[in-house]
Design a protein around this ligand. Structure first.
Ligand SMILES: [Ca+2]
Ligand SMILES: [Ca+2]
Ligand SMILES: [Ca+2]
Length: 413
């Protein structure tokens, strides 16, 4: 088989044709790279990805567990430069997992297919070019839908979200509706499944774009299912683009207050110095009609991996300064403010990473907030803190202090 294509479109067409073929004999395939996928597909199927030299098609072998070990059950072939991911998800809840395969067609084009695997016969349900995808039950009927982000060929460089719904009568996935996004494919930063304030599932898409002043901006698109179709609830009626645009600080939407709904971070400048800007973060949840409300305020120190849930009463009355006293002793000091200036020192949160960190943390006036394997966080209060009219109990602040243990990394589908 000669598979050598000059662009992504023809490569993908060929892949679709190849996908229809199920080979039963791979004795001479000479493939390498056994990849058991036990955690996702129980003990039923194994996947082996062929790592190919030049002109060979991509192959996925599917193995069935038998008494003596495993035997090949099916083979899926395609053309492209590499497989990206294989995911097994039971989308329609019938107890049999569907298989979602994505691969790189060319340097510019990625494609994905969904297969049903009933009776170990791969049956392709859909194929599309894509940039990111997620499976999510957006309409709340108990079945998962597929939300696929891809380029919009017909419009000015923006991207689109396609919504594929499960048609259980025909056991097939149908393109149901599409919604416009507010950034190009290249500007897509994160795609996350989350929830609106009343609990409805939603997909939060963070784009990253340059603002008018050259600073980096987070452009939020929020996808939800509003009968009868997928909608982007962040779009402005006037412009047709998202008006939920904030300073980009490398913070993802998350359920910051633990109530089940996702909040979107909106950095706001604290009274700062000309050479260094400090930010507080307002976290807003969203309603189905696109309105939003403030839930929580934080101060995030992303260098030292912690944040503080800031008491609401502090808003407008505090600022911070960070200082790296040494490579193993970082300090963040909170101040009261007068006008736009820092006034009295209130308290300092230390991040201690040296081998002497226990000694450092035990210094007079410091108490430990959190002890982790590689660092200790400690706090000390300045004399002015107890006189400050917005002071809260030390116990409250300790509860509000959060170490960031695993920076949330997005799975790239
Ligand atoms: Ca299924
Ligand atoms: Ca559903
Ligand atoms: Ca929340």
């Amino acid at each position: 088989m000669n598979i050598s294509f000059h662009n992504g479109v023809s490569g993908m067409m060929a892949f679709q044709e190849d996908m229809n073929r199920i080979a039963h004999n791979v004795a001479n395939s000479g493939t390498i790279g056994f990849k058991p996928d036990k955690s996702t597909f129980s003990d039923l199927l194994y996947t082996r990805m062929a790592v190919n030299s030049e002109e060979q098609p991509l192959k996925i072998y599917i193995f069935r567990a038998v008494e003596e070990g495993y035997e090949q059950a099916a083979l899926i072939e395609g053309s492209g430069t590499s497989f990206h991911s294989v995911r097994y998800v039971d989308m329609d809840g019938d107890g049999v997992q569907e298989m979602i395969i994505s691969w790189r067609v060319s340097a510019e084009v990625q494609a994905m297919s969904v297969y049903s695997m009933k009776h170990l016969e791969p049956l392709r349900l859909m194929t599309t070019p894509y940039a990111r995808y997620e499976t999510v039950d957006l309409d709340g009927d108990g079945d998962l839908e597929l939300v696929v982000l891809r380029g919009d060929d017909t419009e000015s460089g923006m991207s689109l979200a396609d919504f594929y719904d499960w048609d259980s009568g025909n056991s097939s996935l149908q393109l149901h509706s599409s919604a416009r996004l507010s950034v190009s494919l290249a500007a897509l930063q994160w795609m996350q499944v989350g929830a609106l304030q009343e609990g409805e599932a939603a997909v939060f898409i963070t784009g990253r774009a340059a603002g008018v002043d050259e600073t980096s901006r987070a452009v939020m698109d929020i996808l939800a299912y509003r009968q009868p179709e997928l909608v982007n609830i962040a779009l402005s009626e006037e412009t047709g683009l998202s008006d939920q645009i904030f300073r980009f600080l490398n913070l993802q939407p998350t359920d910051i207050n633990g109530d089940g709904a996702t909040e979107v971070p909106r950095p706001a400048e604290l009274p700062s110095e000309p050479e260094e800007t400090y930010w507080k973060i307002y976290w807003h949840s969203y309603h189905m009609d696109g309105t939003n409300e403030l839930q929580t305020i934080t101060y995030h120190n992303l260098t030292d991996n912690w944040y503080l849930l800031v008491p609401e009463t502090w808003d407008g009355h505090f600022t911070v300064r960070q200082s790296n006293i040494s490579t193993t002793l970082h300090a963040t000091t909170f101040y009261s403010v007068r006008g736009r200036s820092a006034e009295d020192e209130l308290m300092t949160i230390y991040t201690l990473t040296g081998s002497d960190r226990e000694v450092q943390a035990a210094k007079s006036g410091r108490s430990i907030l959190r002890r982790l394997a590689d660092r200790v966080y400690a706090v000390s209060y300045a004399p002015a803190y107890s006189q400050w009219r917005y002071a809260v109990e030390a116990k409250t602040l300790e509860e509000n202090f959060k170490a960031i243990i695993n920076r949330w990394s997005m799975s790239e589908n």
